[in-house]
Structure formats: structure tokens, C-alpha cells
Design a protein around this ligand. Sequence first.
Ligand code: SF4
Length: 449
Amino acid sequence: MNPYIQYMYSYPHKTAYGPLFGVNLKDYRERLGGPGHGLYLHLPFCQSKCGYCNLFSVTGQTERAVDRYLDTVKGQMEQYREILSPVKTGFSSFTIGGGTPLLLTEKQLEKVFAMTEASFPLEENREIVIETAPNQTTRGKLAVLKAAGATRVSMGIQSFREEELKVLRRNHSADRAREGVKLLKEFHFPCMNLDFIYGIPGQSVNSLLESLKEALEYDPEEIFLYPLYVKHGAGLERDVREGMVLEPEKAMAEYEAGAEYLDRMGYRQDSMRRFVRQREGDREFSDCGFSSSLALGCGGRSYVGNLHFCTPYAITRKDCLRELEAFENTVDFARITHGIFLSEDEEKRRYVIRHLLIHPGLPAGQYRQRFGTVADEDYPVLTQWMEEGLLACHGDYLRLTKKGMGLSDYLGPKLISPYISRRMEAWDEGHRQDDRQDHGSLPGKFKKL
Ligand code: SF4
């Protein structure tokens, strides 16, 4: 059995979205009324493309192109501010993702924070979360983050082994990663998170543990462990076609050893990927993120009640550039043209997926209160998982067992509805046809880890 089917960090997947007509943000603004919402900004620029990346990001953009993008985002912010001011929207978190946000110059980063503060009321105890990468982490840029009040800074290390970084086509060296994390440490952000990948061809349990051991020397508040996926459109897809082998059993052994090691070193496992340091005085960052959230820029998605929307999903450079151009030519950001309205069944599935895969689990009572039905009656597969020892009751919570947690990327996809599956498959098939037209040949069947 391959336990690595799909990472369900959200539901439904963007490939299930489609065109929307006659939908305007103004008609849904009440859902963003009052405090406690999330704000997300996508900065889709990278120095080079990592081999496993299927995120919305482009390389080779000039400083002027980034300025142009920021000017468009500013216009979007101003329009959103006008729409939201009557309902007094307050944001309790501001997340900047990408891409590589620190590819921006210090001046550009300052502009991002200034224009956000000018347009949106960020609440007093708000979280400001940002991703960094070793090559782009400089003292000057970290000073900008510090001045802006960043509370959680995450760095994609992936491995401290040169040969593993090469396989992943990361463009930093292990030494650069060490310098980056040392610098990050000097700034004492409330939460420093370091990302690692397992399941890399040529990696072993020992080499993963060595990387983790080295990471803990910097005493990070959080560690994320990601399995290597090679999805459609990622650079490594070609290597897989040409014989690179991904071994799920080996990846699982690495995961188990990594999770066990982090547990022993005092890190609580909050999900299959997230490990949080447990020490007196450490901040709690657990949040299943079920509130509404508004995305800015191109490539991020907004969750406004049962209305989810974003720019059309794009992976290839050509598609990403097309969407960027369309974004920069947008005149009216209130018009929502691509997304999905979730039915009640899809909302329930989303609730179950988003809670079940994350500590402390699915609150059965809250589910009943919210939807008026019983979770394991709605989804009998939950009872089956309990019988199989993958799920257990902890008071009011249904929580994955240790074994179940390790199978999150196998169990989560089982909760996808047939309707959403059909839409995802249709997107996949459509894009394979585009590839055939673009390249005159069909890429080998995507080989999942
Ligand atoms: S994985 Fe992150 S850093 Fe690498 S290309 Fe993708 S968005 Fe950029």
C-alpha cells in the first residue's frame, strides 16, 4: 500500500474549482465581519524552481516586475478595504507565503508591510507569519521582519546533506542553510520553524536523523517533516520518468524514525508534518484555521464561508505567467470569477478533514452542534478506522492514533467526495491533454511516492 496519496492541507483541492459567474465579494462581506479573520498574501517569485515544486511561483522576474506586482496588490488591498470597512473586518493573522517572500528587496518588504497596515486593521495580538529561504535570508531583511512584528518565521532547509539538496534541486548549500538559520536565531522571533523533507532518493534513516539532530542544535520552536511528492508539473517528474525511484516503504521508515526522535527530544506531534517544541513558556500555535480568510495577490486562495475562490490553478511556468498577467490586468477585484461553493456535505467533509488530521482531533460535540448530525454516522469510514486502530476517542475528540497519523496522506483522500474527485480528475486529464499538445508526447504516468 502506498501511504502517500495526497497532502490534504485544505479541502477541496484547487483543481476542483471552476469558473463562477455573477459572484461579487460585496455580497458576501458579512461573512468577513468583525474580528478574527486571516489575511494571506502570496508572493509568487523564486530564484530557481525546486525539483518537487508544484506551487504557484515563477523565476527570473526583475525588480521592476515585482514592483509592478506589488502595485497591483496595493490596488487590490484598497478595493478590499472599501468593501470591508462597513463590516469592520479585523484580522488576527497575516501570513506571507510564496514563492520566496524574501526574494523581495528590503524596500519592497517594507512596502508590503506598510501597505497592509494602511489598508487593514491587524488586531493587537495578531500573528505575522512568513516563509524564508537560506539564500535570501539576510540581516537587513530579517530586521525588516522584526520591525514589522513577525511572530513566526519558517525556513525551508529540507536537508543538511549536500547530495540530498542536489537531488531536490534546492539552490542553497548545506553551509548556506546553516548560516541562514544562525542568522534567523539571532533575531529571536517568537517562533522559528524549520522544514525538512524525507523520502528523498539516496536518503536514509540515518541521514535524516543527522539533519534533524543538527536542526535541534538551533533549538527551533517547530519542525515540519514533509514527505517528498513528485506531482504533475514538478521538475522531478522527468527524473521519475527517466528512472528515479521513490520508495514509499523507505519513506515511511524515515518518517517513523524522525517522528520518534522528535518525540524523544520533547516535540509534540500536531500532525503528520508538524512537531511543536514542548517547554514551559513555549507559545501554543495550534490552529486548525477554520475561520474565514482573505487572500491577496495571485495564487493564494480565499475562504469566505462556503465560498472558496482563487486565481485558476497553475503549475507550469507558462500557466503561472499567464495568470500573473491576468492578475495585473484586473480592474475589479470584487468580481469573483473562479472558485467553488461548498454544499453542506462538502462543508462537513472539510470540517472532518481539517480537524481529524491535526492535533487535538475532531471535536465530535462541536461537529454535532454545527451540523446537527453525528460525524461517524455521516462518514461510517470513521468507525471502520476506529476498528482498525487508526482512530480513537479522547473525551469528546476523535483523534488519529500514532499509526493513523502516519497514514494521514492515505486516510485524508478517502474523505474526498465523488463529486470533488470527478472535478479533480477532469482537471488532471485536461492538463495532460494540454501537455500532449504542448510537447507532442504524453508524460509518463505520474508515479506517486
Ligand atoms: S518549493 Fe518553494 S522555494 Fe522552491 S520553487 Fe517552490 S515555491 Fe519556490
